[in-house]
Design a binder for this molecule. Structure first.
Ligand SMILES: [Zn+2]
Length: 245
């Protein structure tokens, strides 16, 4: 049996049992498993990992463990400059878009509210989500098994169960505060919103709204018309909550 010393950094510790968090520990193995096998056996989805250092040098997932190795594992650094060090993936994500699993509909709407391109459907299947990840979307899920799927290239395990907290997590994790563009995307279908001239909008909105509203937006995909109605203060408060430092 071989033994290697592992240490996981930052939020990767969320996946470990409490007694292994934030410190080095011994991992025992038979044969020559890859470091990817070991990391996943310890419960960490590979998509959460950006950088692996073995005995002081960066290695990729295919590195085979040897007895006496010292392994340090770091999470995705979207917001830090680690270009000096070899990354596991060729390039970090620069065009940010998301795919939410079937259970994260509220999170999807909040991300759209902030202007982020977010695919979601209550009937979306796991193979569809894997394909969306391969096409460059970050898969957001609370299902750790789904993130361990070999085909998933970019993903994030959402920790919180509360939608506003989840949105806050995603914004912080991917350093998105400077990229927020509220009220630019349809909450219902993810289409882009554009201004609609008042004279075109008026025949299509309720009479009460006609009396006072001057500005309208229309979704380029589904044709829904939006105006700053009674939900507006609530939505603005949500944006403030999500983006507060
Ligand atoms: Zn729409």
């Amino acid at each position: 049996m071989g033994k290697a010393e592992f240490r996981f950094y930052a939020e990767l510790n969320d996946f470990l049992p409490p007694e292994l968090r934030g410190r080095s520990f011994i991992y025992e193995f038979f044969g020559q498993p890859t470091v990817k096998d070991a990391i996943e056996a310890l419960g960490i989805p590979h998509v959460e990992v950006e950088l692996i250092i073995a005995n002081g040098e960066s290695v990729d997932f295919s590195y085979h463990l040897r007895h006496g190795d010292r392994i340090a594992v770091y999470p995705v650094f979207e917001s830090l400059d680690v270009q000096e060090i070899l990354r596991i993936r060729r390039a970090p994500l620069r065009r940010i878009s998301f795919a939410c699993d079937a259970h994260l509909g509220k999170l999807a709407r909040l991300l759209r509210l902030l202007g982020f391109d977010t695919v979601h459907s209550p009937t979306i299947s796991d193979p569809e989500l894997v394909a969306l990840s391969q096409a460059g979307r970050i898969l957001l899920t609370r299902d750790r098994q789904l993130l361990k799927h070999g085909g998933v290239t970019h993903g994030y395990w959402v920790r919180s169960t509360k939608p506003l907290e989840q949105a806050r997590e995603v914004v912080r994790r991917f350093d998105l505060r400077d990229r927020i563009a509220p009220f630019t995307r349809c909450l219902v279908c993810n289409g882009l919103l554009r201004p609609l001239p008042k004279e075109e909008a008026l025949p299509r909105v309720p009479p009460k709204v006609r009396e006072w509203c001057e500005e309208f937006l229309i979704c380029a995909s589904c044709g829904r018309i939006f105006w700053p109605g009674t939900h507006y203060p609530k939505l603005s408060a949500w944006i403030e909550l999500i983006t507060r430092p």
